[in-house]
Design a binder for this molecule. Structure first.
Ligand code: SF4
Ligand code: SF4
Length: 171
């Protein structure tokens, strides 16, 4: 990617609002595109764009996402912060009727003022995966991709470059 990525979240929000109709058309276009070909383009863009964006300047996923906690993760993080699983769950987790656990605070309990994660080596699977552009099946996840498009500068820039790369728009 030649141009500097856009990382300012309020500018991204403004751009997202102005591109709402274009993005609806792009989603429709992607639904009918070849999934494997789009995955190749997204993987290449993800590899080139992600290293140019400093997540410590952003932290927006940790400030805005609901984080699912698996039983094993609760036990691991509890051990890491020097408590037991029951105490961890009492303090940090909300448990649904189906037993599914979510962190009970947004922004996340474990996000520092410097946007660093205080449990980074044991962060949850959803944290490790986000924004998940390395995972195949981009065209099967368009709802979530576009839900996070104005939240995550990596997603915003990958989507915008994808439009150009595959000839959906010209500049
Ligand atoms: S656990 Fe760490 S990486 Fe995950 S949301 Fe919280 S601060 Fe972010
Ligand atoms: S993954 Fe996206 S939303 Fe999260 S900190 Fe990095 S750029 Fe920001």
């Amino acid at each position: 990617m030649s141009a500097k990525p856009l990382t300012n979240l309020s500018e991204i929000n403004n751009m997202a609002a102005s591109k709402a109709a274009e993005n609806d058309a792009f989603r429709t276009f992607l639904k009918h595109a070849n999934t494997a070909e789009i995955d190749l383009q997204v993987a290449a863009l993800n590899e080139s764009i992600t290293p140019t964006i400093n997540c410590l300047d952003c932290g927006n996923c940790c400030k805005s996402l609901m984080i699912v906690v698996a039983e094993k993760e609760a036990a691991e993080v509890a051990r890491y912060i020097g408590t037991n699983k029951n105490n961890f769950e009492d303090r940090f987790v909300e448990k649904g009727a189906n037993g599914m656990m979510l962190l009970n605070k947004i922004p996340c309990h474990f996000l520092g003022g410097d946007n660093a994660c205080s449990i980074y080596p044991h962060r949850f699977n959803g944290c490790r995966e986000f924004p998940a552009l390395h995972i195949p099946g981009f065209t099967n996840r368009l709802f979530t991709i576009f839900m996070h498009y104005d939240r995550c500068p990596i997603i915003y820039n990958v989507v915008e470059q994808l439009k150009i790369k595959i000839g959906f728009i010209t500049i």
